[in-house]
Design a protein around this ligand. Sequence first.
Ligand code: ATP
Length: 353
Amino acid sequence: MSKHYKIALLPGDGIGPDVTEEAVKILRKVEKELDGVTFEMDEFPVGAGEYLKNGSPLPEASIEACRQADAILLGAMGIPSVRWPDGKEMTPQIDLREIFQLYNGVRPIYLYHADDTPLKGYEAGDIDFVIVRESTEGLFSARLSQSDPEKGEVCDVMRITRAGTERVCRAAFEIAQKRNKYCALVDKANVLPSMVFMRQIFDEVAKDFPDVKTDHIYVDAASLFLVQRPNTFDVLVTENMFGDILSDLGAGLIGGMGMAPSADIGDNCAIFQPSHGSAPDIAGKGIANPIATILSAALMLDWLGDNETKRGGEAIRQAVAKVLSNPANRTSDLGGTVSTTTMGDLIVAAITL
Ligand code: ATP
């Protein structure tokens, strides 16, 4: 039976369009090889550039297109000089997570080659863990609150709800069950009441997953341990802001932001995007590393969930591993000279299905 998937593409700002283009190339190649799978891929405008053109960083028509799509692939958003009158950057990618309740922020951290980690003694596959970042509440929920600096005080509230914590912990345990059956909560329960609450709910949910070993790690200690012994982790679940920070740390362990994919998953909708931002410092130079976005497209194929798309996701990861096994195949962020489009072409050529 043939399957037709509608993919909404949101290339966005900065390096977003460049890296999205490479991911589309890969998806076209995979589509050719898979049995009975077709992708309908259409682009929709979002981002700070769109705000400059038409007055909104997230037009209603783009939101509706996302609603109609089977999955969404996003490049990157934001231009530092384009801000709301209160000084904050435009972040339609965060708005989308909230609109579609994409609570399960999955950030796999996987080392493809020993050359790409700043740590000594780690070979390909030795660093292999997943950060599950709660993506609809936590400290980020304060971002839309009103503040009056004139009063000499501004507070950001860390919002932790029972429902929000239960669903993200459940998602993390389900991921751990499919991996090495070890799930650690990263919190700050020694200081913050919201984190004591989160820990209590994590422990309750854990009872439904008796086959998964659990742990609690304070976020400051987690930053230390992830550098000292990243090989000992499997799944780490945490609130929004801690997850934001630890995912950049995780990316640093495997070669940088250009290597870290992500999936923001809800109950019936998901957005796939690199963990990096729009990287204005290298935008338009043709040197961005497209691997994070290409690996995000692989996560999308996993999530679409039929045997053929899952086969496609795995083929993409194998192609990335094959290309990176040759140390000459590196973009400039990894110390090489390969351009964005050449990296895409190398991965297309390495795909076998
Ligand atoms: P945001 O807050 O929007 O997530 P950020 O401030 O974390 O963004 P990024 O845009 O992720 O910043 O970039 C951080 C650094 O990593 C920059 O120096 C950037 O050039 C580099 N970088 C990010 N993505 C890539 C990529 N795909 N290829 C090469 N370098 C990248």
